[in-house]
Design a protein around this ligand. Structure first.
Ligand SMILES: [Fe+2]
Length: 510
């Protein structure tokens, strides 16, 4: 009875801690801070010395240790040095490569060993019906220079057949080489290899390598604990590193740290694709228990969701800003006389905003508005936009329409909540405090404050920038003109004061 109550209490405590981790991780949108937030909690909750979160960087196929508690210095990067076949296994898909030496994952070690030159590669993972990785198969140098779609279908079928043979325990070296020989003729490749996963040794072991049969090379690729967890997408508990061949002690040897036991759990997204792994080291009181495994599995689930969310947000943000860049570049391409104007206006607006104590969020909105402020010029005739002399009254009236067009276009874009003010701010950059501006003749308080910053930044940039047909004014001359604008109640006094402060400061710095 006593112990029942105790375990119930323990359960409740764990539940509360999990909810707490959930709460803290759930609000963290910055993927660089996320590991730090969660790993301290995990260390305390599980009573371990070290905890590390590894995330896969798909561009380099490396595991990046985002936070290694107790390890000072730069982030630890663990390469998954498995070459092309290892990557096919890791990504659980067929890799069709035309030029091996130009591929970042290609490991030229075997070529160096054998004096062979690899050109094209077709590699496929060998996976059983339950999704467990058994190994991989690789074909080299297609006679026509590149493997075709049909070859991809053929290798997929071969991998499936090999999976069946391995499961039945019927794949020996002889059968492996027979399998390859049959396919040689049919597909027209030079060499074929079969690698098998050895989960006990933590290695990919070459079972059959064409052209290397006589050389008795036992090619293996050591994965390390995290690599193995990521590759197999399965939890690994190492009670004693001393007796476990999968443990690689080189890092301990380097740092003088003694790793006794390890619990490592894969992180995967909603599609089941692996994101990385969470690893805890050295349980302070003895061994890791079943309960520890359960607890860390729950935490891994929470962390995975948070990572996926943060990645989606980052992706969305990247996409938005790359669209902005394209839009800015498209105005520059139309209006080559003033190319780069929007980017420079954004720079000045940003500096003014900083001087006025804007938050990062506000600065972001201000920069986006600045980059897009003249986007409406896309709707102005070339004969007016690119005219080298002064505009007549009809031409000027047409030119003025760019502000309203900016508003109409930006208003059609779906903008995240924080950017909802952008169309009005961007399109109000020719409004004056006294109501004499355009497109709407807005007066002082009717004009968004950020638009008042754009106005000053826009005029200052236009006056000081060198154009190929004339030299820009000096900052002093431009400021005089802006001061006249303040006196005639066009420009905001505070905004101009902030610009002057910035210019004084940047002058002093240079
Ligand atoms: Fe403008």
């Amino acid at each position: 009875m006593q112990s029942d109550q105790q375990s119930e209490k323990e359960l409740l405590r764990h539940y509360r801690q999990l909810m707490e981790i959930h709460r803290r991780v759930g609000v963290e949108r910055d993927i660089t801070r996320l590991p730090d937030v969660v790993m301290r909690e995990v260390s305390e909750l599980l009573g371990v010395e070290r905890s590390t979160l590894f995330l896969i960087d798909w561009e380099t196929v490396q595991l990046r240790a985002s936070f290694a508690q107790g390890v000072e210095g730069d982030a630890i990067v663990v390469p998954l040095r498995m070459g092309i076949v290892g990557t096919a296994i890791l990504q659980r898909k067929i890799l069709n490569i035309v030029n091996a030496y130009q591929h970042p994952y290609f490991n030229s070690g075997i070529d160096e060993l054998t004096g062979y030159t690899t050109d094209s590669i077709l590699a496929a993972p060998i996976i059983d019906d339950h999704g467990t990785i058994l190994g991989g198969v690789e074909w080299l140098n297609k006679d026509t220079g590149r493997f075709s779609r049909e070859d991809e279908t053929t290798i997929a079928a071969a991998a499936q057949r090999l999976a069946g043979l391995i499961q039945q325990g019927r794949l020996d070296a002889l059968r492996a080489s027979t399998e390859m020989t049959v396919l040689h003729e049919q597909v027209g490749f030079e060499r074929g290899s079969i690698f098998l996963m050895d989960n006990i040794l933590g290695q990919l072991v070459a079972q059959h390598l064409d052209g290397l049969e006589d050389q008795k090379i036992n090619l293996t690729v050591k994965l390390g604990i995290v690599g193995l967890v990521v590759l197999t997408n399965q939890t690994l508990l190492i009670p004693d590193t001393l007796t476990d061949p999968r443990f690689d002690s080189s890092f301990d040897n380097l740092t003088g740290y003694k790793t006794r036991n390890i619990l490592c759990i894969p992180l995967h997204d909603a599609n089941g694709d692996v994101l990385g792994a969470i690893e805890v080291i050295n349980k302070s009181s003895g061994d890791f228990s079943e309960q520890d495994v359960e607890l860390l599995t729950d935490i891994a689930g929470i962390v995975s969701i948070a990572i996926e969310n943060a990645m989606l947000l980052k992706d969305g943000d990247k996409q938005f800003h790359s669209i902005l860049e394209v839009m800015a570049a498209s105005i520059d391409a139309r209006d080559t006389l003033t190319a780069g104007h929007s980017i420079r206006v954004a720079k000045f607006a940003d500096e003014i905003g900083r001087k006025l104590g804007f938050t990062d969020n506000d600065l972001d909105v201000l920069r986006v508005s600045a980059i897009l402020h003249d986007y409406g010029k896309i709707g102005i005739y070339d004969s007016v936009l690119k005219k080298n002399g002064s505009l007549d009254s009809d031409e000027f009236a047409h030119m003025k329409q760019h502000a309203a067009i900016t508003h109409d276009i930006l208003n059609k874009i779906y903008l995240a909540r924080k950017y909802r003010g952008v169309p009005l701010i961007a399109s109000s950059h020719h409004e004056y405090l006294n109501g004499s501006g355009y497109p709407n003749g807005l007066k002082s308080n009717e004009i968004p404050f950020m638009a008042k910053i754009l106005t000053v930044a826009d005029v200052y940039e236009a006056l000081t920038a060198d154009r190929h047909y004339r030299k820009g004014m000096t900052p002093e001359q431009a400021i005089l003109i802006l001061e006249e604008g303040v006196n005639s109640n066009k420009f905001d006094e505070c905004v101009l004061a902030a610009l002057k402060e910035y210019l004084k400061q940047s002058d002093a710095e240079t």
